[in-house]
Design a protein. Structure first.
Lengths: 486, 478
């Protein structure tokens, strides 16, 4: 029946018609995961039994006329979200043994809407990485070329959706961790406005930048999932009490008259010429649908990477202090004293990239350096956000490349953190300013997917989804499937 | 050389909220270890703090009570350090932008004059848990019940010049927070404790000496003793040619000494930065004014009013206003009797306080209500009983024998004011003691006391002493 090739929208219709049950659908995807996960290493935990039980409940609910918005639809959670009674590792040895006693808010909301969770997706350790190579559980392979990275940190979510393990997955984005892997795997990824989705139960990397979102194959599916996840949560003080529009309904609106900003700096040196060409082609398609493109200037955007690599490590150095071997997670054996317990538990539990960022962050917050680094970075952050705000006075959204190149080979950049960090050069700005942003597949370079990035004004996810949906109606890049996973 | 002592206090007041500052867990004292710590208090992965709005209200009340600025925008920051009783590896506190700044209060100095003590700031923060070493073999336990309990840390200017002043200042803060109802002030349970920064300098020197910080003093007595010890230690050290090191010290009440805990070189760099999980606390000027309007009458104002309105002696007014229940008791009693307010005050400060202390009771649990005490004082005022008999009636009331009138009636204690009845007794006494009468008449005036005593004995103390005196004198000189 090729259920794995279908979108959530199609599957929802099939379930409603009774073409198949959620149990059948869930089992078919679990079989697929069993067959292919070893190849990709996309999932760290498969929750088969729970999934079948949830699917059976969903079928019963539907039979009783109580089907929720996502009734019976299989999804995958990034392993950064706490899932009750299920191992939640955050890609780290530190939490290898951690069974969460509670559900994250979004886990709860998706379950309440009837979604069926197939498993937990691999990721860079504590979401720190752009290639999934920092995961304690090994890298994820890109379904388009197994020798290449699917990107990171949400590499497992992106690879799983690209390989048709599930039609959608949750993910998180601190500097591009949803959009970059979506671009490198030919999937759709959306990071909503900061504060749109609750962070409660999402293990923190950099609290002022972290935002949960989704990876799917169509903008329409992204709208469906995000609509359920978004909205105020009193358990997260940074979650904003702002009404969530009906994202799916908004897809029908035309893009006619939409003003698209093109950031000059995004097409400077550093961007692979072929990638740039695909992105320009995509913008031309959107123009042909009735939108108009204008150039916008963002004078401070070049500072986004250095700014990010001060702010994010500073917050992470504090956020990760709770992993001390005392109450949960990895604890070193035979500690001689308290200091030894701390040093060895953390020394053994964290990987190199996490340690690098904790040290950087500790340094920039230290007495005597705080003003020069942390405070300065916060000031630059405001300038970058202001660049966006100024641009949004003229345009409805900003379009450009998601990444400078298509997927690179695993091992290529792992020893060169700076080159790795530059992979997020186009995505970080949206996080610094808290703007919603999205990546949509827009073609291939050497058989590897390329992504178009769209950035919108605060709380205007609808404009992104509408534009992406219109583009996908006019193109079929998102339908393309990696050969080995057809 | 003559030395001047310079002291600043940091008082930690536990705020009397039902739930914790950033979680819904209970703050009740004394529960089994770790039964009042939820996932937020335990610092579990993924959890987030949500501010208990009540603490903002309480901090604003305090700020307005000490004539401080209550900030319309204050910011929670993270104070980073590792310790087993600090689950997140950081304490959420306020650093650069505290909620209260630039306050003051007045204490009485050694000469009894008003002395101003500046309050630098008061900020909100969460308490840590506590480590338990007793009863555990080669290991330590951690109780996180207290983790996340709301604290208001009140920091004074270095305006305090003696241990006595430090205690007076601390008592004043203690009175204020209890008046406001924002803390139970229970020092045994650690709800009210302080750190004292102590230094000495030669009299007349402008700059401060190097200070030592004495941590975690949890009684007024310890504050006084610890500071006195520390002052002597520092002076001796300097006079012997040594130098005071900036360090943290602990007071050992068993040995009555302070001991070094850690020096500045080992001090933590706390790497404070604004907590990205919490938005700045923003309150409006209208909100602050509404809090001001709700403030109860404060100790100083009440004391002044007691002196002006009731014409009480200043020291009695001070004692009565040192706690709200005592002041309320006094006012309720004064309102229910025509007796002079100073008489009411004398009884509350004297016999009532004595009885309460004897039985270990708070005034709110007094066995004699304010109205009943007023009933007793009314009977003194209208000469039904004498002050001396009143003490006897008071004890009977305390023992549950009913109201003053009940006791007077049951025990037949009503004062005899009928002149003819007293004359009758006087006549009998004169007749029965001819010898003494002769001596008196011969000029031995002092014997009047003997006759009064005899009359009072015969009337079992119930005769009005004034009348007895008057009648005796008239008859004896006749």
């Amino acid at each position: 029946m090729d259920l794995h090739t279908k979108t959530m929208t199609e599957l929802s219709a099939g379930l409603e018609r009774g073409d198949y049950t959620s149990v059948e659908l869930t089992q078919s995807l679990l079989d697929r995961i069993a067959a292919h996960n070893d190849t990709l290493n996309a999932l760290l935990t498969v929750t088969g039994e729970q999934a079948i039980a949830a699917a059976a409940r969903a079928d019963a609910d539907r039979a009783a006329g109580k089907a929720g918005a996502l009734n019976g639809l299989p999804i995958i959670h990034k392993d950064i979200f706490c899932t009750r009674d299920v191992r939640t590792t955050c890609g780290s040895k530190m939490l290898d043994n951690f069974i969460s006693p509670y559900d994250a808010t979004i886990v709860e909301r998706l379950a309440d809407a009837g979604a069926v969770v197939l498993g937990k997706a691999n990721m860079d350790e504590f979401a720190m990485g752009s290639s999934n190579e920092t995961s304690y559980f090994g890298p994820v392979n890109n379904p388009w070329d197994l020798e290449r990275t699917p990107g990171g940190s949400s590499g497992g979510s992106a690879a799983a959706v690209a390989a048709r393990f599930a039609p959608g997955a949750t993910a998180t984005d601190t500097g591009g961790s949803i959009r970059q892997p979506a671009a490198l795997t030919g999937t759709v990824g959306i990071k909503p406005t900061y504060g749109r989705v609750s962070r409660y139960g999402m293990i923190a990397f950099a609290s002022s930048l972290d935002q949960a979102g989704v990876i799917t194959r169509s903008a329409e599916d992204a709208a469906r999932l995000l609509g359920v996840m978004a909205g105020f949560d009193e358990r997260d003080s940074t979650c904003i009490d702002e009404p969530v529009p009906d994202y799916v309904a908004a897809l029908g609106d035309s893009v006619k008259g939409l003003k698209i900003g093109i950031v000059r700096q995004h097409f400077d040196e550093g961007l692979d010429a072929d990638c740039g060409a695909r992105v320009k082609d995509a913008i031309a398609v959107i123009e042909s649908l009735g939108a108009t493109a204008v150039e916008v200037d963002m004078p401070n955007i070049d500072y986004s990477v250095p700014t990010y690599y001060v702010v994010a490590p500073a917050e992470c150095s504090s956020n990760l202090s709770r992993f001390d071997g005392v109450r949960f997670g990895h604890r070193a054996e035979n500690a001689e004293d308290l200091f030894d317990l701390y040093c060895r538990s953390r020394g053994e539990g964290f990987g190199d990239e996490v340690k690098r960022r904790i040290m950087t962050g500790t340094y920039v917050l230290s007495a005597g350096y705080y003003d020069a680094y942390y405070l300065k970075a916060q000031q630059v952050r405001h300038l970058i956000a202001d660049d966006f705000k100024k641009a949004f006075e003229k345009v409805d959204l900003i379009a450009g490349p998601t990444t400078p190149t298509p997927a690179f080979k695993l091992g290529d950049k792992v020893d060169d953190p700076i080159t790795m960090y530059l992979n997020d050069i186009y995505t970080i700005g949206a996080n610094l300013g808290g703007f919603p942003a999205m990546s949509v597949p827009c073609g291939f370079v050497n058989d590897l997917p390329v992504g178009l990035q769209l950035v919108g004004h605060h709380f205007d996810e609808s404009a992104l989804l509408r534009c992406a949906h219109a583009y996908q109606q006019a193109t079929d890049w998102h339908i393309a499937c990696p050969e080995d996973f057809a | 050389m003559s030395w001047e002592v310079v002291i600043g206090l940091e008082i930690h007041t536990q705020l009397a909220t039902k739930s914790k500052i950033f979680s819904a867990a209970s703050t009740a004292y004394g529960a089994e270890p770790n039964t009042q710590a939820c996932l937020v208090d335990l610092g579990y992965p993924g959890v987030l703090p949500v501010l208990n709005k009540e603490v903002v209200h309480m901090a604003a009340m305090f700020g307005l009570s000490v004539n401080a600025t209550v900030a319309q925008r204050s910011v929670f920051a993270r104070k980073n350090y590792f310790y087993p009783d600090l689950p997140k590896g950081y304490q959420i506190s306020q650093f650069e932008l505290p909620i209260v700044e630039h306050g003051e209060l007045f204490i009485a100095d050694a000469e009894g004059n008003d002395k101003r003590i500046g309050i630098t700031r008061a900020h909100l923060e969460e308490d840590a848990g506590k480590s338990i070493h007793e009863g555990l073999d080669k290991s330590s336990g951690i109780d996180l019940n207290r983790a996340g309990t709301p604290l208001l840390e009140i920091v004074s200017e270095p305006d305090i010049r003696s241990a006595k002043e430090a205690v007076a200042y601390m008592r004043k803060i203690h009175t204020i927070v209890r008046y406001l109802g924002i803390s139970d002030g229970n020092m045994q349970e650690g709800s009210f404790r302080c750190d004292a920064n102590v230094s000495v300098r030669p009299k007349g020197q402008e700059e401060f000496g190097t200070r030592a910080e004495i941590k975690n003093l949890n009684s007024f007595r310890f504050v006084e003793k610890a500071i006195n010890f520390e002052v002597e230690r520092q002076i001796e050290l300097i006079e012997d040619g040594g130098e005071v090191v900036q360090e943290t010290r602990l007071y050992d009440s068993d040995k009555d000494e302070t001991r070094s805990m850690r020096s500045k070189e080992e001090a933590n760099d706390y790497r404070y930065f604004p907590d990205p999980d919490l938005l700045p606390v923003e309150i409006t000027a209208e909100y602050i004014e509404s809090v001001r309007a709700e403030l109860p009458e404060l100790p100083d104002a009440k004391q002044q009013r007691f002196v002006a309105e009731y014409e009480l002696r200043k020291d009695d007014a001070a004692i009565l206003t040192s706690s709200r229940p005592a002041a309320d008791y006094f006012e309720a009693a004064a309102a229910a009797t025509d007796a002079k307010a100073q008489l009411v005050a004398n009884w509350v400060v004297g016999d009532l306080s004595g009885a309460l202390n004897r039985d270990g009771l708070n005034i709110a649990d007094s066995k004699i209500s304010a109205v009943d005490l007023a009933g007793l004082l009314t009977r003194i005022q209208d000469n039904t009983i004498s002050g001396k008999i009143a003490k006897q009636v008071f004890e009977a009331m305390w023992d549950g024998e009913g109201s003053a009138d009940d006791v007077i009636e049951a025990r037949g204690l009503k004062q005899i004011t009928d002149t003819s009845a007293i004359e009758e007794v006087v006549d009998r006494v004169i007749e029965a003691n001819p010898g003494q009468v002769a001596e008196y008449k011969a000029g031995k005036d002092k014997l009047i006391g003997f006759f009064v005593g005899k009359v009072m004995q015969e009337t079992r103390g119930k005769a009005n002493p004034g009348q007895v005196n008057q009648i005796l004198k008239a008859k004896l000189s006749g």
